[in-house]
Design a protein around this ligand. Structure first.
Ligand code: 25A
Ligand code: L14
Length: 340
């Protein structure tokens, strides 16, 4: 449990990664009440420093002994590190907000998007999971529609940027693009195929079902966050040659009829959402518009007349912010609001 204080000792684990960097920036931008910031990564980052409120903070090596006295730790160093270190951190009295997929479906761990299910923070036991980036932005847009008309089924296709995979993937897209434009041969390393000038219908590993783990995460995490196992979700997740921001095409079937205008009205007052939908002016969500912004952009809202109660929409959000770092910091903000 987080105890009520004026300021907190906060740690970022995996601080030198793409998401970790964004966590440090988000804590600063939102003026989170930080008494002391501690940064952890592997030996590879020893000697590095990151700036926080104008001061250089040194990166320390992560061990299971470091957590004494830390109030809140934001983890983003990959699933294996979360499995290994989060229990030790929780045991030391530190509340872990974990960005990996390691703990998300554990029944003893709440999976939280503050706009959707902040009440699930009430039953955490020291570890709170931050959902998958594609799931977070989708449930922010689905929640007001579910509350008004009950969602029966969702068909989603994602268009995901390379920053979700980390810094090395961003370098791979940049280097491949430059090499191809210079007529040089390229060798894919991070992704199984060329990502420059290409779209890959694979994110994370394939399972025996033929679906990727990313697709399965979207199905299971949506039910857990929305607290409704009856919502059917089917997903196709696609990597596109974009650096930052994910888009999604979403088809929704509801129990009750909702017109496109009614959906637009609900979404326009929903927390964390910007309705960006003026097709006559070619205004619709784009990864370039959502990048470096906090909100989920929703547009192309239309009725699907091939089913009784159907809607189509297109959404975009920043995967490193709402999809990862911002959602984690918002969870921390909710925790300190509830602290006693
Ligand atoms: O281990 P896994 O489960 O396979 O997952 C690791 C992957 O998950 C990514 C992460 O991206 C990495 O590719 N990742 C993290 N959060 C994610 C999310 N929300 C996510 N992917 C999707 N969604 P990353 O490279 O941007 O961030 C990695 C961070 O974790 C730190 N870290 C790694 N091992 C650690 C550790 N921290 C503590 N203990 C450990 N044992 C890592 O710190 C980074 O902060 P680092 O010091 O290892 O890396 C600093 C720089 O070096 C680069 N790098 C990483 N690995 C190698 C490398 N360089 C050379 N060789 C390597 N093998 C990193 O890019 C970073 O810039
Ligand atoms: O958080 O884009 O489960 O490669 C892991 C894969 C996030 C996206 C997660 C990617 C995902 C990431």
């Amino acid at each position: 449990m987080v105890k009520k204080k004026d300021k907190y000792i906060v740690a970022v684990v995996g601080a030198t990664g793409a998401v970790g960097n964004e966590m440090v920036a988000t804590l600063e931008q939102r003026n989170f009440p930080v008494e002391k910031l501690r940064l952890f990564a592997s030996e590879r980052s020893e000697g590095k420093t990151l700036d926080f409120h104008g001061k250089h903070v040194s990166v320390e090596i992560l061990t299971d002994k470091v957590f004494d006295g830390i109030d809140i730790a934001l983890f983003s160093a990959g699933g294996d590190r979360s499995l290994e270190f989060a229990p030790a951190a929780a045991k030391a009295g530190c509340v872990v907000i974990d960005n990996s997929s390691a703990w998300r479906m554990d029944p003893g761990v709440p999976l939280v998007v503050p706009e959707v299910n902040p009440h699930d923070l009430d039953w955490h036991k020291g570890i709170i999971a931050n959902p998958n980036c594609s799931t977070i932005q989708m449930v922010v847009a689905l929640k007001p529609i579910h509350d008004a008309a009950r969602i029966k089924r969702v068909v989603v296709t994602t268009f995901q940027s390379v920053s979700g995979t980390g810094k090395k993937a961003m370098d791979e897209l940049l280097n491949q693009t430059r090499d191809i434009l210079n007529f040089k041969d390229i060798t894919p390393v991070i992704y199984p195929h060329q990502i420059a000038f290409n779209c890959l219908p694979q994110i994370d590993k394939f399972t025996d079902s033929g679906y990727t783990k990313e697709e399965i995460k979207m199905v299971n995490e949506t039910k857990k966050i929305m607290g409704d196992d009856s919502i059917k979700v089917t997903a196709t997740t696609v990597r596109v040659p974009v650096f930052r921001g994910h888009s999604e095409s979403i088809n929704i079937e509801t129990e009750k009829k909702l017109s496109a205008n009614e959906a637009r009205a609900l979404l326009s007052v929903a927390p964390g959402v910007i309705v960006y939908d003026a097709p006559d002016k070619s205004i619709y969500p784009l990864q370039t518009i959502a990048a470096n912004r906090d909100e989920v952009y929703v547009g192309r809202i239309r009725e699907d007349d091939t089913i009784e109660n159907g809607l189509n929409m297109w959404i975009a959000a920043d995967n490193l912010r709402k999809g990862a770092a911002l959602n984690a910091v918002q969870i921390a903000e909710e925790l300190i609001k509830r602290a006693k």
